[in-house]
Design a protein. Sequence first.
Length: 476
Amino acid sequence: MSTIDYSEKIPNNVDLANDKTLQRALEHWQPRFLDWWREMGPNDFASVDVYLRTAVGVDAQGWAHYGTVKMPDYRWGIFLADPIADRTIGFGDSLGQPVWQQVPGEFRSQFRRLIVTQGDTEPASVEQQHRLGHTCPSLYDLRNLFQINVEEGRHLWAMVYILHAYFGRDGREEAGELLARHSGDVDKPRILGTFNEPIEDWLSFFCFCYFTDRDGKFQLKSLAESSFDPLARTCRFMLTEEAHHMFVGETGLGRIVRRTLEVMKEAGSDDPEAVRRQGAVDLPLLQRYLNFWFSSSLDLFGSEVSSNAATTFANGIKGRPDEMTQYQDHVCADSTFEIEVPDGKGGVMKDASPMRNAMNEVLRDAYIRDCEIGLKRWNMQIKRAGYKFELKLPSSRFRRAIGAWANVPTDLDGRPIDREELDRLMPGWLPSASDKAFVRSLMQRVVEPGKMAAWIAPPDRGINNLPVDYEYVRLS
Ligand code: BYC
């Protein structure tokens, strides 16, 4: 197993010290990153002590060290999972050939496009969450927010390393641009839609971690299959960190459901107004937030039928998650995949697409199945508490902005409806202005160790075997 060298200005396990040109280029980028972090990150908390984990190795066991750190002193570094000996290409036209240690010239722009898109999401999420610290529901949650923020910063480093090390001057320019685009910026927005949506409250934050970070899991798993080995190794290690981000989303939403059920029991009513009077999140309101973040995150997979997806699969650039274990045909030259498209007469029809072109849809399908797991768990909680309400994922045709269903008005079940009906019904399906104002009113910061805001139940356990009432962030 390779170890991480922490004596270097940029901690790394890629032997940076022996590549002076690359080291200098990255050391030149480092202060620009820190300036960006100071301006766009959780900077109002720059001087507080946070109980954070930092990577110290890249194997699954014992890879992280926990300790108290001020965020600007976090050791962002470059960590690649260890190489797999004699790894061969696992899919596409070059199946079985040795993986590449350099980017083949003919695939350069396709690789660069994907790496830049991946890299762009990381700082975007930090920007989106910029001010959340001020309204934290507990010190435990505040610490989790900051953990996610520093790790997204590190994921940016991961992509910037690949750009600098393998894409020459273009790569250096792209690395600069990653700090120049900003979430929601009118002139220079982030590349993908969801990453320009504001995250102004913790309900949105937990939905983002549940749905959008899960897109990260699927995209990183696909890139972890890449024939370009340094990219595959980088993504493999990023996935180790990513798991915690989805955990924060799933447990955060689960704790909200638990608290709401307690309040419903205390109030002896499931009336949303009665729940709101007790300062908790009513379940229909939660459903509207789920509708918003799920439908937005579905767009992140791209179009159902995509020539980009076909080319990147054929060329061995981007595979499918767990390509070796989940699929038998790794070439997919002759197979087809059934997709649903509008029939042009206000209905839905099935269409067979060449499998390679449908890879985005294959991923989206797997993603939706993964999203269902949390909903099943929360619905079980609701059922056990004796209520009939069921949380549901809307259809993947609902409120899409990308692909075959972009701007096709449908109801939550994906049935095409006319635009007037959509305009009339949409306010009941997505968070309304008054929903958002109510959620904002709940966002009062709670910073006494162990105490939770009234709208969320405590977690089952603390971080790294510490008690829930540990002072995870020392604000004074
Ligand atoms: N918004 O052929 P198409 C994460 C663009 S999340 C705006 O349909 P393709 C994280 C697309 O870029 C994971 N534009 O799709 C989570 C293309 O534009 P260009 C991020 C969109 O190319 C939480 C055009 O539409 N990683 O890590 O097959 C916190 C036609 O594209 C959108 C990746 O996404 C959209 N939603 O695939 C922190 C992996 N969707 O190039 C981090 C890298 C599509 O023609 N990216 N477009 O100008 C990819 O693999 C692919 O670019 C996509 C789309 C999956 C995004």
